[in-house]
Design a protein around this ligand. Structure first.
Ligand code: TMP
Length: 212
């Protein structure tokens, strides 16, 4: 039996990582075999690509190059880690996937959602997640959360940074409207517990009654 593939999207501070670890434990206790992963997914080739993207010395990197590299890292992660897990009947929980590229590169960086979608459709060859949870939060609150949790001051939050994150959010909201069959918006301004309960309810509806 084929497994399930769920992705989790949203800006920094939306609580994706916390919710994914809680879900992982919850599903394991229910007897499911779970793979929690994140892009680039801890596989060697994808990590090397990611290091190239994030290297601060690479100031010359063109926005399209960046989009292609994310798509390349995604492809390798999908083939090496996600597809084998789905084929073994596991539940894959992936922190960021195609919609990060659509919102960040396509919308916020202005490359065009359709252009970025087309290179990513080539990269994922039909392997869209069964469902994508978009954790929606005002980026200002998300960034404040990050710094509050780490007991640090908000010192990197300049206005330009915030306006970029606002664009990312706008991009995600447009994606949820455009792809309602494969994306669901969760209000992530609520407490972690409330967000978790809502996410579990939606996810369990998708998998209930299926074999483990
Ligand atoms: P992180 O939040 O998982 O650490 O992701 C690192 C950054 O990479 C985050 O700012 C979002 C960005 N990103 C993209 O711009 N495009 C993508 O396709 C992916 C996967 C991440």
């Amino acid at each position: 039996m084929e497994g399930y593939f769920f992705s989790f999207e949203g800006p920094e501070g939306a609580g994706k990582t916390t919710i994914i670890s809680k879900l992982e434990l919850f599903l394991r206790e229910k007897g499911w075999d779970v793979v929690a992963t994140r892009e680039p997914g801890g596989i060697e080739i994808a990590e090397e690509i990611r290091a190239v993207i994030l290297n601060p010395a690479h100031t010359k990197m063109d926005a399209r190059t960046e989009a292609l590299l994310y798509a390349a890292a995604r492809r390798q992660h999908l083939v090496e880690k996600i597809i084998p897990a789905i084929e073994k009947g596991k539940i894959v929980l992936c922190d960021r996937f195609i919609d990060s590229s659509l919102a960040y590169q396509g919308f916020a960086r202005g490359l065009g959602v359709d252009e970025v979608l087309s290179i990513n459709e080539f990269a994922i060859s039909g392997y869209f997640p069964s469902l994508t949870f978009y954790f929606d939060i005002d980026p200002k609150i998300g960034i404040e959360r990050i710094y509050n949790n780490r007991l640090r001051e908000i010192n990197r939050l300049d206005m330009e940074g915030l306006s970029f994150h606002n664009k990312v959010r706008q991009g995600y909201l447009q994606l949820v409207e455009r792809f309602p069959h494969r994306m669901i918006r969760i209000d992530a301004s609520k407490s972690i517990e409330e967000v978790f309960v809502e996410t579990v309810a939606v996810l369990m509806q998708r998998i209930e009654g299926k074999e483990k």
